[in-house]
Design a protein around this ligand. Structure first.
Ligand SMILES: Nc1ncnc2c1ncn2[C@@H]1O[C@H](COP(=O)(O)OP(=O)(O)OP(=O)(O)O)[C@@H](O)[C@H]1O
Ligand SMILES: [Mg+2]
Length: 316
């Protein structure tokens, strides 16, 4: 079983507004809403890939109820701790005229110490039955920045592997707890490593640096694919890869491509696939996600076709 953890779950609204301008009243020509937050998106994508997954996390208020009910309606198993304050709503406005996407995300509820400790109990319980955890997304305001680190350490004691998708201080703290996988985008990785990457070799060195900071595997993704470093173990030397896929036609929506990317990687790892196979599935899922509205939503046929076009090579 795979468990995803979303501490700052959201109801994600997507609006399509041609010629979006600030300071002007608009009419959305189309809209949709889906339960979201990165871990929830990863769970949706894992389910689409046919993997057994439970979405766990914190949810509160009427928005929290809606998140849980709609997840259940999607057939995504879920196990959220209810909190007192209201979960957040995130809004993405897509402007089809110039292909720009504007995201406005609320900060989210504050969580009490008692609620967090209830959640840690739940994680301990789930840790007894699951082999792979994905912790993803931002933290609710005022949550300890090292909570992901605490989760990783707790889950490691149950021999579960944890994959982390977050940024800034929570990512830095998570690295020190030696997670199985980290999956930042290029900008997030540059911030942690401390400088910009000018080419694929520098991205590869960035992935190596993140493994030196504690990750077993570091995936750094961008719109043209990813680089990855897998730390050496015993007789096996460390390996660095680049997986590329030419940018597809104009994307419909790129929201959640990093989440679909990670779901692809985790699904392949869960099935014991090779590094190369996991990277090609990850990149294909990320790209397939850009062809449809909805984070973690893609057509498995697109994934199959795109995967055959992904080129994976080892970097020197
Ligand atoms: N325009 C695009 N065309 C094709 N593939 C894309 C495009 N944008 C993203 N992808 C795919 O999705 C993966 C992840 O993309 P990216 O690094 O932009 O995610 P992200 O910034 O973490 O997004 P989010 O946090 O919203 O999920 C890439 O590795 C790539 O496979
Ligand atoms: Mg991301």
């Amino acid at each position: 079983m795979i468990v995803t953890i979303t501490l700052n779950a959201a109801l994600d609204r997507t609006l399509r507004v041609p010629n979006l301008q600030v300071g002007v009243r608009h009419r959305a020509e189309w809209s949709m809403s889906l339960p979201g937050g990165k871990g929830v998106n990863v769970a949706r994508a894992l389910k689409r890939l046919g993997q057994p997954v439970i979405a766990a996390g914190l949810a509160g208020g009427r928005v929290g109820t809606q998140i849980i009910e709609e997840l259940t309606a999607e057939g995504i198993l879920n196990d959220f701790v209810r909190i007192g304050e209201e979960s957040r709503t995130s809004t993405a406005v897509i402007d089809p005229m110039n292909n720009l996407q504007t995201e406005i995300n609320e900060a989210g509820p504050s969580v009490t110490e008692a609620e967090l400790s209830l959640f840690m109990d739940k994680v301990r319980y789930l840790g007894r039955g699951a082999d792979l955890f994905v912790v993803a997304g931002s933290l609710p305001p005022e949550t300890p920045q090292d909570i992901y680190a605490e989760l990783i350490t707790e889950l490691a004691s149950h021999e579960a592997v944890t994959a982390v998708d977050t940024a800034g201080p929570p990512l830095r703290a998570a690295l020190s707890a030696r997670p199985g996988v980290v999956s930042p985008n290029v900008r997030e990785a540059e911030e942690i490593v401390g400088h910009e990457f000018s080419d694929v070799e520098e991205r590869g060195a960035g992935a190596v640096a993140m493994c030196e900071m504690g990750a077993e595997t570091a995936l750094i993704h961008g719109e043209d694919g990813c680089v990855a470093h897998v730390r050496g173990r015993g007789a096996r030397r460390g390996r660095t890869y680049a997986a590329t896929l030419g940018r597809s036609d104009e994307p419909v929506s790129t929201v959640g491509s990093g989440d679909s990317f990670l779901a692809g990687y985790v699904a392949a790892r869960y099935e014991g696939a090779s590094d190369e196979a996991a990277l090609s599935l990850a990149v294909a899922c990320g790209a397939a996600n850009t062809r449809q509205y909805g984070a973690g939503v893609f057509d498995p046929d697109d994934v199959g076709a795109l995967r055959r076009q992904v080129q994976v090579r080892e970097l020197g």
